[in-house]
Ligand binder design. Structure first.
Ligand code: FE2
Length: 349
């Protein structure tokens, strides 16, 4: 008779073994430079195509077959890098995403601040801000009441230099922050946060926050914009220039993830470091939910921790990254040359 503890261990080991073996039927783990390790869990999980002669349809059927295992691995690791698969175009990427059979979260319906262009129904350009602009770590659309559950990225063309996508595990960040600044974490949990930004009347591709209010709110008129804002619980102010300044309802800064794990789910770092353009000032971008100021000292600790915990995804053409938007923050490093990284969002939990 096997004691219960060992029986459970054997079962757990055999499940892990099954997952490794079956994914290995078309992909193998590999080490990518800068990969992190949290208590034996790689971040990100990196998989390379082990069927080099396979055409895309065969890969797609393997992906569909192993979808559940891959999604389970995603919730453990937070992000998966797929390298060496036969993907060249936005259409190939669209098919890769479709193999996962997940609900699409459309850019047009989102309240994203970024200017983007659709390439297929599901696929659009990632933030089109100029190459010299850093996009700091954030959970996608966590500054709004509606956000995607997962993100797919695809590298159509890698930059000549720079242009990595930094990724950071938010649960690990929160654990470390609790040790470093427990008071700040309890303020975040107790008060939540509010975000303010000014949207232009017309798209401004020079800014990472340049999406017009017409496009953001799917509104042709000021009345339609106000209706939408009221529905979502926003406060607003029309500025003389035709710009619209909005303040979000109170949104969580810390969220439950799963199995008692919590995540630092917000856009504090991005707002604090980078929401700056001709209309926006960083100092006016975020407050706690009661309107009180977030201290510079606390934000400095968060930023230092996030830099320490970040993994820079070094893109190669054809790479796909699947990111759990609840567990992992992402950003974009500045770059030189042409860089085309496409994205697609997944709705749900
Ligand atoms: Fe983003």
């Amino acid at each position: 008779m096997i004691p219960l503890f060992f029986a459970t261990q054997l079962l757990t080991n055999s499940i892990q073994f099954t997952i490794e073996v079956s994914v290995n039927s078309f992909a193998q783990k590999f080490n990518v430079s800068g990969q992190q390790d949290f208590a034996g869990v790689e971040f990100p999980l990196a998989l390379v195509n082990s069927k080099k002669d396979a055409l895309l349809p065969e890969i797609l059927s393997k992906l569909a077959l192993h979808r559940d295992e891959l999604l389970k691995q995603l919730s453990t690791h937070g992000a998966i890098l797929f390298r060496g698969f036969p993907l060249v175009t936005a259409e190939d990427f669209d098919q890769f995403i479709s193999a996962f059979d997940l609900p699409n979260f459309t850019y047009s319906e989102s309240l994203s601040n970024a200017v983007r262009t659709n390439r297929t129904e599901k696929v659009f350009t990632a933030n089109e801000a100029p190459a010299s602009v850093s996009i700091f770590l954030h959970h996608e659309m966590a500054q709004t009441p509606v956000y995607p559950a997962k993100l797919f990225f695809f590298c159509e063309q890698a930059a000549n230099s720079g242009g990595a996508t930094p990724l950071c595990r938010s649960d690990i960040l929160l654990d470390r922050l609790k040790e470093l600044d427990p008071e700040f974490v309890s303020l975040c949990e107790g008060l939540g946060v509010r975000y303010s930004n000014t949207m232009p009347e017309l798209d401004d591709a020079e800014s990472g926050q340049g999406r017009s209010w017409h496009s953001t709110l799917s509104a042709e008129s000021k009345e339609a914009a106000e209706f939408k804002l009221q529905e979502l619980g926003y406060a607003w102010e029309w500025l003389g220039s035709g710009d619209l300044r909005v303040t979000s309802p109170i949104l969580p800064a810390v969220k439950d993830f799963a199995n008692g794990r919590k995540v630092f789910f917000n856009q504090l770092i991005a707002a604090f470091r980078g929401w700056k353009d001709s209309r926006n000032e960083k100092s006016r971008a975020i407050t706690f939910g009661d309107g009180s100021e977030i201290s510079l000292k606390s934000m400095t600790s968060v930023i230092a921790l996030s830099d320490e915990l970040s993994f820079d995804l070094p893109w190669q053409a054809g790479d796909v990254a699947l990111v759990d938007n609840y567990l992992v923050m992402h950003g974009r490093r500045p770059y030189e040359g042409q860089r085309r990284v496409l994205a697609s969002l997944v709705a749900g939990r």
